[in-house]
Design a protein around this ligand. Structure first.
Ligand code: AMP
Length: 473
C-alpha cells in the first residue's frame, strides 16, 4: 500500500518522497488512517519501526486544516523521555511539514538549556510542542505555556517515561489537559504502569502490535567475545583497527566510564568522545554531530544513547559493559541495523559477567556462540559464587540465582579452560523481540558484574514510581 492510499496530502507525500520513503512501515500503515480520523492509538512498536512518522504525518495533515493556536496555547503536545529524542521528533515534524501551505510552528521544550528562549518561542502559541516532562511543567509554572487547548497528546516511548521516573510529572501534566482530546500512546514494552496508563487514558483505541516486519526487521549480527575485563579497551582498539570499524557506539555502565574509556581509546590513537546525561545540552549536541560527521570514530555512551537516538549508518555497537537487562540489550543493539542497513552488535563477556550474559540470552531465547580473539584469550576463570542461601536472606533462590549458580559452577565452560580452541566468528540474525516483556519492576535488576569493571563500580539510580500520584485526565 503506497503512502497516497493512506489519505495523506500531496505536500506531505512530497516530503516523504524527498526522504526516499516509498512504502509506509507497518506501524504507519495501521496508525495513519486512525489518527487522521481523530481516533486514539495504543501502539506497541519498537524504536526503528517508523513510529515517529506514524503519528507525525497525520497530525501535521490535521493541523494544516486548522486555525493557528493563539496566546500561549498549543495544539499538539508530544511527551518524550529524553532531550535527544525530543530534538529528533521535532526535526521530523518540521521536515515532514516543510511543504505545507503554512509550515508548522514546532517548539522543543527540554531541560539542560536556558528556559528563556523557549519562553520567547512560545509567545503566540505553537502548533506542536515536543517536550520532556520536567521542562514542560517549568514552562507551565512560568505561565509561558497553557495546556488547556491541547487537541492531540502523544506519549512517545511511554515505558521510558516511567523508567526514567516521570510518573509524577506525567500525572500533573495530564491533569492540566482538556478532557476532550486525542491520545496516542507508543511504547516498545508494556510494563504494568504503562498498561494501566493506557487503559485509563485511551478511548476505544486502535491497538497496534508490531512484532516484526520485513521492512523493519533489523539485520544485526550478534557476537559475544570472551575477554578479561582489564583488557577490554585494548581489544576494542584491536577490533576497530583490524576489523576496520568506521564508526562504533560503545556502551558502558557509568558516566565515569564514558570519560575513562574514551580517554584510554584516545591514548591508543582512536578518535573517541563521550556521551552521558550530565553533559550540557550543547556538549551532547556537539558530540553527536561530531559522531555523525565522522570527526570521531568511537562514541562511548551510557544508556542515554540506547533509546530514541537515530544513528544513521552505524555499523557497530559494542557492549563494553553488559546492559543491566535483556530489554536494554535489545535497545542498545537496535542502534545499529537501522532503516534496512545491516549492523553488528558485539558484547564483551568476562568470567564475572558470563552468567549475566546467559540470563540475557535466556530472556531472548537465544544463544550467541562465544568467540575468542587471538592475543586476547581470557586468562581468568569464572569466579561467580552462588549467593549464600539463594540471594536475599530468608528468601528462596530466584531463577536468576539458580542460573548464576549453575553458570558459575559449570564444569568444562571455556572460561574455565583458557586453552580451549577459539570458536569461529558467529553470524546470526537478530531475533526481534517477540513479546512485550512486562518484567515486574519491583526492584532494579541486580548489578551483574561489579567485580568485572576496570573502572569505578557501577551504580544505579532508580526512582520509585508513585502509582497513587499518576494522574488521570
Ligand atoms: P523511528 O522508529 O520513528 O525512530 O524511525 C526509524 C527510522 O526509519 C528513521 O531513520 C526514519 O527516518 C526511518 N523511516 C521511517 N519511516 C520510513 C519509511 N516509510 N520508509 C523508510 N524509512 C523510514
Amino acid at each position: 500500500m503506497p503512502f497516497t492510499a493512506l489519505g495523506l496530502s500531496p505536500a506531505i507525500i512530497r516530503a516523504l518522497t524527498a526522504r526516499n520513503y516509498v512504502m509506509p512501515t507497518p506501524v504507519q500503515a495501521e496508525a495513519v488512517p486512525t489518527v487522521l480520523r481523530g481516533g486514539d492509538v495504543w501502539a506497541q512498536a519498537q524504536t526503528g519501526s517508523g513510529k515517529t512518522a506514524a503519528f507525525a504525518l497525520p497530525i501535521l495533515q490535521h493541523l494544516s486544516s486548522q486555525t493557528r493556536p493563539t496566546g500561549r496555547t498549543v495544539s499538539t503536545l508530544v511527551l518524550v523521555p529524553t532531550r535527544e529524542l525530543a530534538a529528533q521528533v521535532a526535526d521530523a515534524f518540521s521536515d515532514y511539514g516543510q511543504h505545507l501551505a503554512s509550515a508548522p510552528k514546532v517548539i522543543t521544550a527540554v531541560g539542560g538549556v536556558s528556559i528563556n528562549p523557549q519562553m520567547m518561542d512560545l509567545r503566540g502559541g505553537a502548533d506542536i510542542v515536543v517536550a520532556t516532562p520536567g521542562r514542560l511543567l517549568d514552562l507551565v509554572d512560568k505561565n509561558a505555556l497553557k495546556l488547556n487547548a491541547v487537541e492531540s497528546l502523544v506519549l512517545d516511548e511511554a515505558d521510558q517515561l516511567f523508567a526514567l521516573g516521570f510518573a509524577v510529572e506525567l500525572g500533573r501534566i495530564l491533569s492540566l489537559l482538556p478532557r476532550r482530546r486525542q491520545n496516542l500512546l507508543f511504547s516498545a514494552t508494556f510494563p504494568s504502569e504503562v498498561t494501566a496508563l493506557a487503559s485509563e487514558l485511551l478511548h476505544d483505541p486502535h491497538r497496534i502490535e508490531i512484532k516484526s516486519a520485513p521492512e523493519t526487521t533489523p539485520d544485526i549480527i550478534e557476537r559475544a567475545i570472551e575477554v578479561d575485563a582489564p583488557r577490554r579497551t585494548q581489544l576494542l582498539r584491536h577490533l576497530i583497527v583490524e576489523e576496520d570499524w568506521a564508526r562504533v557506539l560503545i556502551f558502558v555502565a557509568t558516566k565515569y566510564s564514558t570519560g575513562h574509556v574514551a580517554e584510554k581509546l584516545r591514548r591508543l590513537g582512536i578518535d573517541a568522545g563521550e556521551l552521558h546525561g550530565e553533559l550540557s545540552q550543547g556538549g551532547r549536541t556537539r558530540m553527536l554531530s561530531d559522531f555523525h560527521e565522522g570527526k570521531i570514530t568511537a562514541l562511548v555512551a551510557t544508556d542515554i544513547a540506547a533509546r530514541g537516538l537515530d544513528f544513521e549508518q552505524l555499523p557497530v555497537v559494542v557492549n563494553y559493559d553488559l546492559p543491566r537487562s535483556a530489554i536494554v540489550y535489545t535497545h542498545r543493539i537496535g542502534r545499529t541495523g537501522r532503516a534496512g542497513a545491516s549492523g553488528e552488535a558485539v558484547s564483551f563477556v568476562s568470567a564475572a559477567t558470563f552468567a549475566h550474559f546467559q540470563l540475557i540470552e535466556k530472556r531472548h531465547d537465544s544463544h550467541i556462540p562465544r568467540e575468542q580473539i587471538s592475543g586476547f584469550e581470557p586468562a581468568m576463570v569464572t569466579t561467580i559464587q552462588p549467593p549464600a542461601a539463594g540471594g536475599v536472606k530468608g528468601k528462596r533462590k530466584s531463577k536468576k540465582d539458580k542460573l548464576r549458580e549453575a553458570a558459575g559452577l559449570a564444569p568444562g565452560h571455556p572460561l574455565n579452560d583458557p586453552g580451549s580452541t577459539a570458536k569461529p566468528k558467529p553470524a546470526r540474525q537478530l531475533k526481534p523481540a517477540s513479546k512485550p516483556r512486562s518484567a515486574p519492576r519491583k526492584k532494579p535488576a541486580p548489578a551483574p558484574d561489579q567485580s568485572a569493571f576496570d573502572e569505578k563500580p557501577r551504580s544505579f539510580s532508580w526512582r520509585r514510581v508513585d502509582r497513587n500520584q499518576r494522574g488521570s485526565r
